[in-house]
Design a protein around this ligand. Structure first.
Ligand code: PMP
Length: 466
């Protein structure tokens, strides 16, 4: 019949761009969203799956073979859809923090799903990356999609999403904002838009706990920690992520992501998932700070459908402290309120002698190092000691080469419960608001806060500190 597509994979792309009406009112900028959640497989990954499979077939994969992927769900759904049409079998490996809806939807396509622990290092043999690799190595006529390192991932957005945005907006998109997982979206779209209009601002949005933000801001690989928003942020650097394409990056916490996600559905009728809420929350922070009259386009990756039992479930939201201001042990802001507000810092050109003097007089073990007001890392007494003992430097050497990254960055609204697990892994937590250093929290600060807050017996047993 005329007008019909040959199959559903031909419906990938051509998603609408919509202007936000109620959210972001009062901003000088106009915020627009690209509704990638309306793709047939439910996300922007339909474009990626289609391009990865095209490239795999060019490299010799034939129908009847197996597609293996380490996926948080959306790439799985997209590959499963392609597999159904083109005659492949799928095996998906994913971390256990993923929602039940995502797992069930993959099984609905007839795929095999293998669930692995989240709380292990990426190179641990139990991690979902490693398990996927092993399954792929053991199968024949098999394609390991490997979206974190497959150039066909960013290429999909360079060949499809980028040109589509350019045509739809007639080149009027001033800022393109997206969350970053594999980085395929931002790297591919960013490359295309910058080629067309080099002054386009590419804005990355990163959840608190991910590595990207600190790396872009300070060049340091800090300690990542877990967060609830799915699909964005990483604890390693995928080769599909081109951080050089990013002009600016903003950080969002789980609570602001989820409240924005709910608002997008309720106030704008946009049925989006948590990473879409994160990207809009980040874009609004950027617009507030810049104050410019600009067209900001935000990519909405996937649909609310997959998060009904989490973001759209009041009980889950409350249990996690995302609805009630007063629940739980409080936030880092409460902890800082009980500490002196003056923060002693060091500069990379300060001498070892001066820093040792400061540590001694203040009775502390480390100092944050700032250069031009920007956080460059920390210097710790252990590093100073190692420097002196090695005999390679003197008390007059500058501390620049001793600055290290054994810290995590949090925000004033980070919950104390989360801070407990952050400090079990990192030496200290550095508190930043935007780019401004607003405090430092050590393990003893946390113990002090918890013990003053309530009689010790009444305090929930803290996560053991290292
Ligand atoms: N949002 C969701 C829900 C995702 O699954 C992903 C992919 N991990 C992203 C955003 C990020 O997209 P990309 O991998 O292209 O950076």
């Amino acid at each position: 019949m005329k007008g019909a597509l040959a199959n559903i994979t031909e419906a990938v792309g051509h998603t609408p761009i919509v202007k936000l009406q109620r959210i972001g009112q009062g901003l000088a900028a106009d915020i627009y969203v690209k509704c990638e959640y309306l793709n047939p497989g439910g996300s922007h990954k339909d474009r990626v799956a289609s391009n990865m499979l095209r490239r795999a077939e060019q490299a010799g994969l034939t129908p009847g073979g197996t597609i293996v992927e380490a996926t948080s769900g959306n790439t799985g759904a997209a590959l499963a859809l392609q597999a159904a049409i083109h005659g492949y079998t799928c095996v998906f490996v994913m971390p256990d923090k993923m929602s039940q809806e995502k797992i069930s939807s993959l099984r609905a396509f007839g795929a095999r799903v293998v669930v692995c622990p989240t709380a292990v290092e990426p190179d641990d043999p139990r991690s979902y990356y490693q398990v996927a690799k092993r399954i792929a190595a053991e199968s024949t006529n098999c394609f390991y999609a490997n979206q974190y390192h497959n150039p066909a991932n960013p290429e999909a957005h360079y060949l499809s999403t980028g040109p589509e945005i350019w045509e739809q907006t007639l080149g009027e998109c001033d800022v393109f904002a997206a969350g970053m997982g594999t980085g395929g979206t931002i790297s591919g779209v960013g490359k295309y838009l910058k080629e067309k209009r080099p002054d386009t601002t590419i804005l990355g949005v990163d959840p608190v706990g991910s590595l990207y933000y600190d790396f872009v801001k300070s060049g340091r690989i800090t300690k990542p920690f877990t967060y609830k928003v799915e699909g964005i942020g990483e604890d390693f650097f995928p080769s599909t992520m081109n951080l050089k394409i990013i002009d600016d990056i903003v950080r969002v916490d789980d609570k602001e992501c989820f409240l924005m996600t709910r608002d997008l559905v309720r106030l704008e009728g946009l049925y989006v998932g948590g990473s879409g809420g994160a990207a809009v929350a980040g874009a609004i922070k950027y617009a507030e700070a810049s104050g410019k009259k600009q067209n900001i386009l935000v990519l909405l990756p996937d649909s609310a459908q997959k998060y009904l039992s989490k973001i759209f479930n009041d009980e889950w939201m409350r249990e996690n402290g995302f609805l009630d201001e007063t629940s739980g042990l409080g936030t880092v802001r409460d902890l800082l309120a009980g500490k002196p507000s003056h923060i002693v810092t060091a500069h990379p050109s300060d001498s070892v002698r001066d820093v040792v003097g400061s540590l001694k007089s203040l009775g502390i073990s480390q100092l944050p190092v700032l250069d031009g007001g920007k956080l460059r890392g920390i210097v710790h007494e252990v590093d100073l000691l190692r420097h002196l003992v090695s005999g390679e430097g003197t008390l007059d050497s500058p501390i620049a080469t001793l600055v290290e990254s054994d810290y995590a960055t949090v925000t004033p609204s980070t919950k104390i419960e989360l801070l407990q697990s952050v400090l079990s892994d990192a030496k200290i937590a550095i508190v930043t608001e935007g780019e401004t250093l607003v405090g430092i929290v050590t393990k003893i600060d946390l113990i002090d806060f918890l013990s003053k807050r309530a009689p010790l017996a009444a305090v929930r047993p803290p996560t053991p500190l290292a």
